[in-house]
Design a protein around this ligand. Sequence first.
Ligand SMILES: Cc1cc2nc3c(=O)[nH]c(=O)nc-3n(C[C@H](O)[C@H](O)[C@H](O)COP(=O)(O)OP(=O)(O)OC[C@H]3O[C@@H](n4cnc5c(N)ncnc54)[C@H](O)[C@@H]3O)c2cc1C
Length: 316
Amino acid sequence: MGSDVSGIQCMAKEEDDFYVLNGTKYWVTNGGIADYMTIFATVDPEAKHNGICAFVVERNWEGVSSGKSIPKLGQRCSNTAALNFKNVKVPKENMLAPPGEGFVLAMRTFARTRPAIGAFAVGAARSAMEFAIDYAKRRRTFGTKISNFQAIQFKIAEMYQKVETARLLVWKAAWEADNGMDPTVSASISKFYATEAAQEVLSEALQIFAGYGYTKMFPIEKLLRDTRLFKIYEGTSEIQRLIVSGHALSTYQPAMPPLEDLPIQRTVNPEVMEGEAEKGKALWRCRMCGYVHYGKDAPEECPSCFFPKTAFKKVP
Ligand SMILES: Cc1cc2nc3c(=O)[nH]c(=O)nc-3n(C[C@H](O)[C@H](O)[C@H](O)COP(=O)(O)OP(=O)(O)OC[C@H]3O[C@@H](n4cnc5c(N)ncnc54)[C@H](O)[C@@H]3O)c2cc1C
């Protein structure tokens, strides 16, 4: 199901000591050559996340078959094929996650595999940067090496910055995993930052090589094709953004107080008459614009932004 993992259609039906699998998965790395495979399926597609389970399946079992190798833009040394299951009997002892726990297992796995995709991207970007540095020091135009042009130097600076930043983000996610923390958010950030940074580095490296970069005589075009996939598998860049924004908008604990609770700089507010605060009057703050009012009650209307009385909050 690609991005929509909870929409899995591959069926797992419980029968005696077995689960019977029926379904197809397109896009499986090493699908044409693997002896063992991890299969996620559902006991009830309507139940979405709650129906998903996982199994270890062996290639030589009856009903397991793989499709022809899928031709691709890049990563052509990596076998990619579809897998098909027709009434495949999986012993219950091969179950990795019972129904309802498969989705969590998949997500926990991604939290550890996504930084690895980020690491691929760091390596590919670093290679391209190093080739570009080498080339820039040799290629001469207008009577000098192109590395003497500031336009080229700035490209190299930005490539270097992206490689370094991407590497640190990958290390952070790996460090969290190694130290028993939940690396989900760092894994997503490292994956989408490093893979997008790699694309930018590759594009600029090709620009430094110019015409030669566009040919098969230098390694840049291959690295460009290979890195393009990083933004797609193990969850697309768009899906990583959904994960990070979901965290930022819900579980993230801000260090700053809510805007309406910000402390008020009483002495510099021109609206406050000298001594008002000390007279023991209650202090009201407009939640819309921050206007401060001293008095027993909030004003009927904010004199600054015209929002009604309900916009005022009493400051303790
Ligand atoms: C070479 C290769 C090897 C692969 N190997 C494996 C493998 O070994 N195992 C495996 O399980 N999978 C594998 N995949 C599958 C890969 O994980 C999926 O291709 C990927 O998750 C995207 O799914 P999709 O291609 O079906 O795109 P879709 O899910 O159809 O998405 C299409 C577009 O819509 C966007 N989109 C979808 N939903 C949303 C949303 N809610 N909000 C915003 N944008 C959205 C996507 O980001 C994308 O841009 C492989 C894929 C490739 C190309």
